[in-house]
Write a protein that binds this ligand. Structure first.
Ligand SMILES: NC(=O)c1ccc[n+]([C@@H]2O[C@H](COP(=O)([O-])OP(=O)(O)OC[C@H]3O[C@@H](n4cnc5c(N)ncnc54)[C@H](OP(=O)(O)O)[C@@H]3O)[C@@H](O)[C@H]2O)c1
Length: 199
């Protein structure tokens, strides 16, 4: 398969590329230094990046940023940034990206454990994650041409504990290699409208 991985150079993305790259052609996408340059927060950049690639078999997003702060300190700008980037960025990727997928191709987005296991300072992440999971379930029943869509909901990654550990005390970290199996299940399986929690 020819698979576009947005965020391929990130912590989750590197695990996804290590897993899927064993069996498939992976095209790495991101804002800097990838095979393909795009910004999820800018739908026009997504369209112009995908157009020259030809038909894809799968699109994976392992990207999306959010603001982190105590609930009452999150500014309107931080809420808007989180929605524009992690939530609507991935929604636009799916809506634009489906046009470049073959019949029966797949889209895999990323939510996260905070959707139903909140931590202090993570409200904007929880909001974006919940939106992604609702979108995936809704889009699955309307996408044309047999195109599938799923989400992976990773727990906190072992590789991210240096930065995120203080926010995730008591959570069992998950290796990126195990999180990557959720993406494999979505891309290489047959289901749609699912959320694969790897936590
Ligand atoms: N790490 C964890 O423990 C964890 C747990 C649960 C969920 N998640 C979720 O998994 C996703 C990836 O997290 P991560 O820890 O792997 O992040 P990361 O290490 O910061 O990597 C993010 C990757 O995405 C790219 N990216 C970021 N914003 C982008 C944008 N607007 N457009 C295109 N590419 C963009 C970055 O490259 P450029 O900067 O070059 O664009 C980078 O390659 C996020 O949605 C995160 O919320 C992570």
């Amino acid at each position: 398969m020819k698979i576009l991985v947005v965020g391929a150079h990130g912590t989750v993305g590197r695990g996804v590329v290590a897993e899927l790259g064993q069996r498939h052609e992976v095209i790495a996408a991101g804002r800097n230094g990838a095979d393909v340059t795009l910004d999820l927060a800018d739908p026009s950049s997504v369209r112009s990046a995908l157009a020259p690639l030809g038909q894809l078999d799968a699109i994976v997003s392992a990207a999306g940023q959010v603001g982190w702060a105590p609930l009452l300190d999150l500014t309107p700008e931080q809420w808007a940034f989180s929605v524009a980037n992690k939530l609507m960025g991935q929604v636009h990727l799916a809506l634009v990206g489906q046009q470049f997928l073959r019949d029966g191709g797949s889209i895999t987005l990323t939510s996260g454990v905070l959707v139903d296991q909140p931590v202090p300072c993570g409200a904007a992440a929880s909001l974006a994650n919940g939106g992604i999971e609702a979108f995936v379930r809704a889009a699955a029943i309307e996408l044309p041409r047999g195109i599938r869509i799923n989400a992976v909901s990773p727990g906190v990654l072992q590789e991210s504990m240096g930065d995120l550990g203080p926010f995730f005390r008591g959570f069992e970290p998950v290796p990126a290699a195990r999180v990557a199996l959720g993406y494999s299940r979505s891309v290489e399986g047959a289901e749609t409208g699912k959320v694969y929690a790897v936590q």
